[in-house]
Ligand binder design. Sequence first.
Ligand code: SF4
Ligand code: FES
Length: 234
Amino acid sequence: MADEITLSMDSKAVSVPAGSTLLEAGQAAGSPIPTICWHEATTSNGLCRMCVVEVEGQRVLQPACIVKAAEGMKVQTGSERVVRARRTILEMLASTMDLSESPEILSMMDEYGASAERFPEAERRESPVLDDNPMYVRDYSKCLLCWRCVQVCAEDAQYTYAINFTGRGFETQIGTFFDRTIPETTCVLCGQCVGVCPTGALKPKREYLLEHGLSPQDITVLSSGRKRKAADRR
Ligand code: SF4
Ligand code: FES
């Protein structure tokens, strides 16, 4: 197999190492492609489709984060069809979830002229905030199911397997096995899931409490009370 592949990105010839994705080819060609579910530290699964591009000869748009570059490919990263698809993806996200803490996605909405009101009949995914452990809170109303947290908890980093997808179809969300609280799972509170979450669905507990009006002193009192209770239980 050739070590390098030459293809055309937005009518510019670019050579990339064999095995590169179209996302990487776009970066090399100076045609950056927007992403949402992709993260440099996690395996790409092509879930959000924000990175779609048009490949000559292919009937459907291709997710650049998983499709490999091939010799002679002709790729358009910003055609009218691509822009329309990305705008619709953003509009569907805005219609069904809380994007208030997703600044990158909100700026993509501006860039693509996406309207949060495009699908007024859409059912919103709402869930109560889960506050069941000392380190982070989970607000799945803000979750776009990018799967990054599940992946870092599993083979991409931690090998802990505390969380996964639960439910089906519209009911799909991230959760624990048998809906257990986080302390009842294998979670070791490493915080890697919080670090890769793009939407504020997973948030450090301290940040959450400060946002809800507690002072640093209140938080110290709260956590020392919790530590005392844990010691009493031992
Ligand atoms: S909780 Fe965050 S990281 Fe996990 S799937 Fe939802 S948006 Fe992605
Ligand atoms: S970034 Fe490629 S599918 Fe989400």
